[in-house]
Design a protein around this ligand. Sequence first.
Ligand code: CAA
Length: 380
Amino acid sequence: MDFSPTEEQLMVQKSARDFALREVAPRAKELDKKGIWPADLVQRMAELGFLGMAIPSEHNGGGLDAVSYALALEEISAACASTGVIMSVNNSLYCDPVYKFGTDWQKKEFLDPYASGEKLGCFGLTEPMSGSDAATMATFAERDGDHYVINGSKNWITNGPFANCIVLFAMTTKGIGHKGATAILVPLDAQGVTRNHHDDKLGIRGAHSCTIFFENVRVPVTHCLGGEGNGFKVAMATLDGGRIGIAAQALGIARAAFEKSVAYSKERKSFGVPIAQHQAIQFKLADMATEIDAARLLIWRAAYLKDKGVRHSAESAMAKLFASEMASRVAHQAIQVFGGYGYSTEFDVERHYRDARITEIYEGTSEIQRIVIAANALKG
Ligand code: CAA
């Protein structure tokens, strides 16, 4: 068993780390404090090839594997979790399903300019009254000749305020549960689409999300992604990949909180010595380091299976469940190491603590991950 990344994976990691340290980290505090969308960093990620990393180069992507993607996302999220999730949504939740399920025409129209980062995509599954129980979505796409007429709304749509297109999930048949759901590519400049102001959130405050309303939006049936009635499976298969991205984001947040705790513990003195010399602090650092490594191994395994083309629903769910809850625990302990200063907005650890929290909720709550893992275990 070889746990060492390849030369290529290490190069990707290094280029992401350089970009994260030089360009992303210096901006993170301000983006968070003022809730600013990092338009310039999104542009830079496009230039550097971080917005369509695992899409083949013939579609303007980076042609890299899922492990490289996870490595890059960890680095960028360690600097700024908001920038990390913007990258994650375009890669995992938008480009990935269009690549996997799209027709040649759809790929030309709805993948190539998105994998290059010229345009930005988003993913619309959640609704005001349908979150974990995704199959209860109410947005309806009624067939009218060779068009769908879409009515409904989607909320918490990360990248929503700036995205050019959404992979929208809507019911095309009522009364048959998840088998009535269809994925449709909806350009967000279509008539009848309106977007609310962006959501004001506890964390990832630079990654803007919003509610999007669809009122009699007409879209040709050629925009149907993956076949009518297959929308639920498109969503679930997409989330299998997306959850690796969120796990990598959580890992980055945790690593940042840990590294800052290590540095601070060597500087800050109490009872006449640096606090790093107290076993109370050493034990915290030991637990943090162990949990971070455990999460990383779960993420690498899930990404490795994705690269092999093996179904990885349970492994992605385990990676996301453990990494997200771990990030909250690690950020909590980081504040404890920093003491009163950790509670102050002067230091970064309170931002990491707030940013970590969402990773336990979006792309499937921890409870949903446990359902997926248990269902897999009980299948025998
Ligand atoms: N891949 C392919 N197909 C899958 C699948 C997968 N991973 N998981 C399930 N399916 C298929 C099943 O085979 C089944 O197909 P058949 O009917 O042909 O047998 C069908 O889908 C239904 O499966 P289940 O019976 O397992 O579905 P369920 O309704 O019992 O449970 C759930 C599903 C796990 C609870 C699911 O609804 C779920 O994951 N909910 C959470 C939704 C979620 O993650 N939302 C996040 C929104 S995105 C977001 O947060 C974006 C952002 O801004 C960052």
